[in-house]
Design a protein around this ligand. Structure first.
Ligand code: ZN
Length: 276
């Protein structure tokens, strides 16, 4: 498996004090149990239609890391796409970003994806690799480089949002209060293999955080993989079945490699009434 040698590396982000970590961890567990109790994410959102206008936005169509502590922009990928290897793949990727009407690109410090990229390419400074990549991408797309964000502490994410809408507004304070903290991957600007690589990386980071190893998630408090689809069918170029298959494949791949993961991942999805 592609990222196997790096599994287990802790990557510093997120809440920086033990108390802050504990509060966020307990609140996210509580929210996820509440969501499970009402019958899942789809039901939870249907019962709170007032969240809708805050949760999805056509503004802020910027690309940023999937990292849950940056929570910037509505297009999100590991290291803003730094791990998509090869000029041809990057070109196809840029095309999809243009179709998604991208407006800007961020990088951030301590980026896990950039660390892996720098290591694989013999670059000493992962921060420089992150900035150089994001600036170059912005230049090639003719859009703004929005800057290098600061992040701190551990990864608190208990969810990976696998989005196909491009409108997830994790920046919204209502989102931050009412949705469990999580990584976000914009599947619609990737091909299937790139989507799988991003998923595997997010899940591995989530499981390797806090030095708790596999104990961080349990059968009663699992890691959630949540696909997001637009409500209106004409907006979908990837089917619900396809997304479910990809998430199950991710789980199976990891379970084969790490049997301890068995039963500690929940898969679900929801439909979003995204802005027209
Ligand atoms: Zn990152």
């Amino acid at each position: 498996m592609m990222y196997k040698p790096h599994f287990g590396e802790g990557i510093p982000f997120g809440p920086s004090t033990e108390r802050a970590k504990e509060i966020l961890r307990e609140e996210d567990k509580r929210l996820l149990r509440e969501i499970a109790n009402v019958g899942g994410m789809e039901r939870y959102l249907q019962s709170h239609p007032e969240f809708n206008k805050d949760f999805f936005t056509k503004e802020k169509r910027c690309l940023c890391c999937m990292d849950e502590r940056t929570a910037k922009g509505t297009l999100n990928l590991p290291g803003s796409g730094i791990m998509i290897e090869g000029e041809e793949a990057q070109e196809a990727f840029r095309q999809r970003l243009q179709e998604a009407k991208i407006e800007g690109v961020y990088s951030h410090d301590g980026c896990g994806a950039s660390k892996l990229y720098a290591k694989e390419h013999g670059i000493d400074d992962p921060n420089k690799a992150a900035v150089d990549y994001a600036k170059d991408l912005a230049l090639k797309l003719g859009i703004e480089y929005k800057g290098h964000l600061k992040t701190s502490g551990d990864h608190p994410g208990r969810v990976v949002y696998y989005d196909t809408t491009g409108y997830l507004n994790r920046e919204s304070p209502i989102w931050q209060e009412k949705m469990p903290t999580g990584f976000a991957i914009s599947r619609h600007v990737l091909n299937e293999r790139e989507g799988m690589d991003a998923l595997l990386l997010a899940v591995k980071i989530a499981f390797s955080e806090h030095g708790e190893g596999f104990g961080r998630f349990t059968e009663s408090d699992p890691l959630s993989l949540i696909y997001v689809l637009a409500q209106s069918e004409e907006r979908q170029n990837i089917t619900e079945q396809q997304l479910q298959n990809e998430l199950h494949k991710c789980y199976q791949t990891l379970e084969e490699e790490f049997p301890q993961i068995k039963g500690k991942i929940r898969i679900e999805g929801f439909h979003a009434s995204v802005p027209e």
